[in-house]
Design a protein around this ligand. Sequence first.
Ligand code: MG
Length: 636
Amino acid sequence: MRRSIATVSLSGSLQEKLIAAAAARFDGVEIFENDLLFFDGNAREARLMAEQLGLKITLFQPFRDFEAVPVDVFRRNLDRAERKFDLMGELDAPMMLVCSNISPLSVDDDELAAAQLHDLAERAAARGIKIAYEALAWGAHVRTYGHVWKIVQKAGHSHLGVALDSFHTLALNDDPKGIAEIPGDKIFFMQLADAPRLNMDVLSWSRHFRCFPGQGDFDVAGFTAQAIAAGYSGPLSLEIFNDEFRAASPARMAKDGMRSLLYLEEQIRGIQTEKARAPGAPKGPWVDLIDPPPQPNLKGLAFLEFAVDPSTEAELGQWIEGLGFRRHGRHKTKDVTLYRQGSLSIVLNAEAESFAHSYYLFHGVSVCAVGLWADDPEALLRRAEVFGAQRFEERVGPDEAPMAGIRSPDGSLVYVVGENFNPARDFTRDLATPASETSISTLEVDHVGQALPGDQFDTWLLYYRSIFGLQPAETLVLPDPYGLVKSRALTNSSRTIRFPLSFSESNRTVVARSLTTFSGAGVNQVAFATDDIFGAARQLQDRGLKILPIPENYYDDLAARLGLDDNFISQLRAINVLYDRDASGGEFFHVYTQSFQERFFFEIVQRTGGYDQYGAANAPVRMAAQARMARPSSVD
Ligand code: MG
């Protein structure tokens, strides 16, 4: 399908918007009139610029408050339209979007609306222009696509058709099934937007909270599939009004937009394939939808890689040994150390000529890569490329195993490895360390938490959702002593991968302070799972790891809140273990280390009875304790 984006969705000057759209490989753009007004050139020059970049102008918008008005207003409106048609001629824009009237001057009269739109279409036809009529969810009299279609039918003009906008339909909970009944050639244009479900007036919701399909809660794929079933084959065009998008880098937003459309196409293909299986299902109509390698089957985390420098390497190494890992050995050719515990591996990378070092320069000591076990690594790498992510391969020495990864939005890497991967392959065993040293019975990585700048959340959500097939849980709002933190976990269905994302608008919270100066985002939490939390917590203590002290009040409250017995409470209290329980009796035990240079911390968790959360009830206590431990100078 042709892919388009409205200029209003991106920040910057018209030139910056067009360059960003072209770089993200859009076929076309909807020109929003304001972008022309602020453009330092005329409409013809805007057209030439788009042409130079290989972009078609798919639509000119918006034209407001036109139909169902008294005759004197109607005449003025026609004059107004003629001037826009002149402009569209210069732009070489083939279609104008007319939004349903919101003016108190308009009347509830479909016959009049149809007659006036017919006249408009007649004038447009003379210029070779089409009119796409769109129902605004807050229109004075016309608010649904069904009503628009009724009026378009009454008007009966070849140059007048329906514009569909997923937001207006889905925000009103209107059923999109009727779209399939509209002849495909009378659906002139499709604008797509998603949004979080919010309880607010629909106008403000639309103007400030739209997001790309896949970033919100609407079934945009189901909506779009109806139009394609009807025979629509025009562009799929993103029209996003969002305060954060308008402030963010247009290049990043355009790239996200393209990723979102590709992900949407994959979902529509899935819906079509499902439908075609039904007995007696009609064949087609088929349009050209992308067909990427399927979503991966991820089996968990194979390893974590930290970027370090010689001064932090030793200290972090001690922490990792404190967590029960054993120093396994050094890399054959690189300044890299491997630590192991059971099937878990942690790599400290201090190699000067490496990806890790370049990451270190921007992020300081940090997790620069994670390794994921995947059923079919090559398929996942190709899938990532289809969705616009970069593939990464570092130089390898003779006889070393090559390893490919996917570049994440902050420049960190997700390496993808298959079941034959041996993390120790390129390492020389460190004979000084006894192999039999007892470990802490951590079984696997439970979750890896990332702190993000607030305006990057949607980018990461879409990245993990489209490429890795992770699905978001609900958004939690957690109080830090110095501001609110929002948190949302992304997981796969087998729960072998759990990535909670957190961000805060305040720059004084624990989450905000863990952000790095340059790109911001980064891992701020690594949680390991155990089947013996009390044993594990005791071992951490015995190994001298700095445990986060939990205040007495927490345990008093816990006892009262959950009706726990004194013995159990004193067991928890003795080793700073926090506790949570879900509605069906599943339990969660967890203990935190203090923060490493205020950048990240470790956690050991134990889940029982199918507990599927992250102890959100305890997060405020943890953040308050972390704030107390922070260097006084950083809490200004
Ligand atoms: Mg619209």
